[in-house]
Design a protein around this ligand. Structure first.
Ligand code: SAH
Ligand code: SF4
Length: 390
């Protein structure tokens, strides 16, 4: 299996051995496709003021727009009643170009899980996000890239390959729309509030670091600078791109870090996660543990249980040993039965093996809870997002 490369322009990370060909294809692709239109959330404060000036609007109008967007989830000119009527349409078009359009919406779990298939306006790319409502919280699983270049063979997004990075605007728009749906009572259970964000949709967040970070900052800042969803309720999940984990550590933002480990040894992980050939389990766990030391936020270790592959007693024992090697109670293991994708040779573990896996971890004093598989019947569960028009 070849080692995938990740999109490099923003991070400078070149995980793959064979540098040239794939990146050339990528950059040509980028050039052909161009970039999404600049949106309010893509602009620096200075750029916003400059843009307003171009429209003949004073500085304080920018704050009003921020209030509409972050405080009220509004992008429609008709709602800008505090704005001069003659300038509403122009301002809406200049600051809030429509970046994503809904293609389809599927519901499951008695309408408390909603998967939205979005079509990007400007180049027709497709991405998905999934909103899951629980009794005490509502979690949105968002995408950060169109497809993914990491090549994990059990993952539907991985099968697509990487088309391009998403802009900050495209990432944040998924959040705005879901927050609006919750506020307006469009999700079964009545009016509510979007409380949690997980970067576990399509794409590898560390492969699109700058846009993801800018999105995290704006999702977590208090209105009118952001939506006010606490950084502690935002999870950034990575396949184990170590320089990205280190960069995130240095940011000092209290997001939750999730690391998709899936195997306790390099021998096995090399097979399941191609990126392991670039950053091995020791490097990934060291970086994850450093994140815990710096943030005091327990790191989630994601582990998709695959029947007969990584779900036996020996795997649980080795995983416990590797985590306990660091001494403190720093990790939270999230085993999830594999959501098998079409044509995959791997399938979900037997319930008794899942149970045994958890018991072994618990006996070794490791915190571990089985992750739910919400949305599975609409291909809206982890690893199943692979936007296609249906
Ligand atoms: N690229 C990032 C985030 C997106 S994937 C990452 O890999 O962490 C989100 C999670 O879904 C990861 O933990 C990933 O390993 C897991 N996943 C992928 N395919 C899956 C599948 N078929 N069944 C269960 N989990 C899967
Ligand atoms: Fe990409 Fe994550 Fe899927 Fe691997 S599991 S292919 S890193 S989205």
């Amino acid at each position: 299996m070849t080692i995938p490369e990740i999109d490099t322009p923003e991070t400078g990370i070149t995980p793959g051995g064979t540098s040239g060909a794939f990146r050339d294809v990528l950059s040509k692709d980028h050039a052909r496709r161009g970039k999404p239109p600049l949106h309010f959330v893509d602009m620096t404060p200075a750029q916003r003021i400059e843009k307003a000036a171009e429209l003949g609007l004073p500085k304080f109008r920018v704050k009003q727009l921020a209030n509409h967007y972050f405080g009220h989830f509004d992008v429609n000119a008709a709602e800008f009643t505090d704005f001069p009527a003659a300038k509403r349409d122009e301002a809406a078009a200049a600051f809030f170009p429509q970046l994503i359009t809904e293609v389809t919406r599927q519901v499951a779990d008695e309408s408390t899980t909603i998967k939205t298939l979005w079509k990007k306006l400007f180049d027709g790319s497709l991405i998905e996000s999934v909103l899951m409502r629980y009794p005490t919280r509502a979690t949105l699983c968002i995408s950060s890239q169109v497809g993914c270049g990491m090549g994990c063979p059990f993952c539907a997004t991985g099968k697509l390959g990487l088309t391009r990075n998403m802009s900050t605007g495209e990432i944040v728009e998924q959040v705005r729309v879901a927050a609006k749906m919750m506020r307006d009572g469009e999700v079964a259970g009545g009016e509510g509030r979007l409380s949690n964000i997980v970067f576990m949709g399509m794409g590898e967040p560390m492969g699109n670091y700058n846009s993801v970070l800018s999105a995290v900052r704006q999702i977590s800042a208090m209105p009118p600078e952001g939506f006010g969803i606490s950084a502690r309720n935002i999870t950034v999940s990575t396949v184990g791109v170590v320089p990205g984990i280190k960069k995130l550590t240095a940011e000092g933002i209290p997001v939750r870090l999730a690391v998709s480990l899936h195997a306790p040894s390099d021998e096995l992980r090399d097979e399941l996660v191609p990126m392991n050939k670039r950053f091995n389990t020791t490097q990934v766990l060291d970086a994850a543990h450093d994140y815990w030391l710096a943030s005091k936020r327990r790191v989630s270790i994601e582990y998709a249980l695959m029947r007969g592959i990584n779900d036996q007693a020996e795997h649980a024992q080795l995983l416990a040993k590797r985590l306990n090697h660091y001494g403190d109670d720093w990790a939270h293991v999230n085993p999830i039965p594999l959501n098998p994708i079409e044509g995959s040779k791997w399938t979900a573990s037997k319930p008794e093996d899942e149970k045994q896996f958890l018991e072994i971890l618990h006996r070794a004093s490791i915190t571990a809870t089985l992750r739910d598989t919400r949305g599975q019947d609409i291909d809206g569960a982890c690893g199943q997002l692979a936007a296609k028009e249906r």
